[in-house]
Design a protein around this ligand. Sequence first.
Ligand SMILES: *Cc1c(COP(=O)(O)O)cnc(C)c1O
Length: 376
Amino acid sequence: MYKIPLFNLNYGKEEEEAILDTIRSKWISTGPKCIELEESFSGLLGSKYAVSLSNCTSALHLSLLALEIGPGSEIIVPSLTFAATANAVKYVNAIPVFCDIIGPENPTIDPEQIIKLITSKTRAIIIMHYAGFPCELNKILKIAKKYDLKVIEDACHAPLSEFNGKKIGTFGDIGCFSFFSNKNISTGEGGIAITDNKKLYEKIKLLRSHGMTSLSYDRYQGHATRYDILELGYNYRMDDMRASLALIQLKKLEKDILNRIQVRQAYIELLSEIDEILVPFLSVDTFSSNYIFPLILKNSDFTKRDFLRGFLEKKSIQTSVHYPSVHLFSIYYNDSVSLPKTEYYSDNEISLPMHGKLTDDNLSFITNSIKDGLVE
Ligand SMILES: *Cc1c(COP(=O)(O)O)cnc(C)c1O
């Protein structure tokens, strides 16, 4: 166990009570809590529809299926993301085409590079709002319109984040969120897809549960006694125990984010004296979930970065790397693809502990340890 872990679960009595209530209601699988979560989530984000799901990977998979993206289609994806963003493309036998980031100050997908990667087979772009900060949405949406491409937002990092006063996840055709343990909203496993398009909503809902025309909960309520299977679906449902946790987490989300914003401000001040360090998104002032706090070492390489991470580990400070370049993983490796900015970022990034309960003492201990580690 680390003295200062990367993440701290924001759970209390309310989550315990929510689980007990659901257990005592005797309905624990997909049911009223999932419906309540879908209504609360879409209400809070300002989307018309939401479908609760088993995780964000299934949300990405069903988004691609709902958009009828199939074999041979090319989908432009960032490489600086969690592998699931690209894996989902492979699930539908489409081809992930990896795109570089703008740079260390803004490590989101580069619109100029997107244009260069578009071919007659390109059908969609999946964008990922790194650390909770918005991609270049104006430019990306313009490109998508011009070339008739769908846009899926991997918004796993960005619940409640905003761009131009509108919530992230509501800009593309579908927005996908994760409720994995270490995300802003934690339920263990879990996810949700949001959209304003009724057809996409209905398709995702159908494919979530085996392509069946009714759910067990509908039949339990006497709404249906028979069902049909319309097409090949999956079991990608969330359950009411997790939905009841997500409902509590959703209520606590804004306050937790406000704490994270203060942590980010304190980090920025404390780190500003260190010349070797660059903090991404310094000039962005929109409301951000602050899912992680990344920093980049300047004029560095991965041995220097790994040395510093090792130094911090010895001080019992947990760090992480968001992310290893996905295009360099064995499953995707192709020696003709080079994304220099993503590769530099992956080699020189460190994610520092980020959660709402970090104290001023924690933060000065972490930043002083970084200073010590850099002169070792
Ligand atoms: C966590 C995460 C995922 C996967 O979410 P799961 O709910 O674990 O399937 C996908 N993309 C990004 C950017 C993530 O951070």
